[in-house]
Write a protein that binds this ligand. Structure first.
Ligand code: DC
Length: 335
């Protein structure tokens, strides 16, 4: 007796999508394991609680798997679980080396089988990229790397040294002696400058402007880019930034470019900062965002730009949940 596992996801909860996905999963399991249909003794399915429209076991029977016993059950609603997911377990009446099969979005469940996945999310300040990147990484159980935080930490150090953000040589000098660490706790990033956690301080508006200024220097960029590539080469992660899809990881598996109107973006930043207790002026924030866009998109090396093969999403009139769902749909349909 051999037990073979499999899982897949559906883009939406309809009988047609369930039938299609179950048929595809079972046929792939059969072909990858060289199975004959009558060798399958029993087929057990579970599906996430957001699937209501059809029993996977019924879909299997209709796909021609009728000589074995079939069973399907619903899984508990687990916070952060992969949505719209169908899992299968096949009991086979002979001994073989099982090839488990994970398709579509479910590939993310078995990164050991699917290989490393890098997802790039670029866009201007306030486009929603960091919120979406964080949630996506959490849902998929992979790392979130906030590359902006690295430029922010560099800017904070430069400011605290009283150095000029335009003075590239001096910045390089300062960065030589500083220990900039990105550490991960429960998949979340903490930014450490010489061992001190600066994750909060780097969010202040004057640091944002300085980060944009220091990030235009090629030597600063190359230093950060190397660190980012090294992390991405080791593990599956979602990276957000300005140049991930175009420069840091042109071979990323998925690329998204989020945009929104400057006013909407300024409003989001304003609400965020006010909620944290900062006193900020909306018009000033808006002017900063426009200046930062200009500075980030006109620098010579790796400017803010949509990669030709990135999917662009205008988030102006979308909720975070809607953006997240749109991004996941694309990933899960193309994995
Ligand atoms: O995403 P953010 O607002 O935290 O980024 C702060 C600044 O850092 C941004 O204005 C430009 C720079 N940056 C960059 O040049 N490249 C990146 N990949 C990320 C950020």
């Amino acid at each position: 007796m051999t037990v073979i596992r499999g899982a897949t996801t559906i883009p939406e909860d309809t009988p047609m999508e369930i039938k299609k996905a179950v048929k595809e999963l079972l046929e792939q399991i059969e072909s990858r394991n060289g199975l004959k249909r009558d060798e399958i003794v029993s087929l057990v399915f579970s599906s996430t609680s957001d699937i209501h429209s059809y029993y996977p076991a019924k879909a299997a029977r209709e796909a021609g798997f009728e000589s074995c016993s079939l069973f399907s059950a619903q899984e508990p609603d687990i916070d952060g679980g992969l949505p719209l997911c169908i899992r299968a377990m096949l009991f086979v009446g002979k001994n073989l080396d099982p090839k488990h099969v994970y398709l579509r979005g479910a590939r993310i469940l078995r990164k050991d089988l699917a290989g490393k996945i890098n997802i790039a999310i670029d866009g201007p300040a306030g486009s929603g990229k960091s919120t979406v990147a964080k949630m996506l990484a959490h849902d998929y159980g992979i790392l979130y790397l906030d590359t902006g935080a690295m430029y922010r930490a560099c800017a904070l150090k430069v400011l605290s040294e009283g150095a000029d953000v335009e003075d590239e040589a001096r910045i390089v000098d300062i960065m030589k002696d500083v220990k900039l660490d990105v550490v991960f706790e429960d998949g979340m990033q903490k930014t450490l400058l010489d061992g001190t956690d600066v994750s909060e301080e780097i969010r202040k508006p004057h640091v944002s402007m300085a980060a944009s200024a220091v990030s235009k220097h090629p030597s600063v960029r190359m230093h950060m880019t190397e660190k980012q590539r090294e992390i991405a080469s080791r593990m599956s992660c979602v990276l957000d930034g300005r140049d991930i899809g175009t420069f840091v990881l042109p071979e990323a598996d998925f690329k998204f470019y989020l945009t929104a109107s400057p006013r909407v973006r300024a409003r989001r930043r304003y609400d965020e900062l006010v909620a944290k207790g900062y006193q900020v002026d909306f018009e000033e924030l808006l002017a900063d965002i426009v200046r930062r866009d200009e500075q980030d998109s006109t620098r010579a090396l790796a400017p803010l730009k949509k990669a030709d093969d990135a999917v662009e999403i205008d988030t102006s009139d979308m909720s975070v949940e809607e953006v997240l769902a749109a991004v996941k749909k694309i990933i899960q349909e193309n994995l």
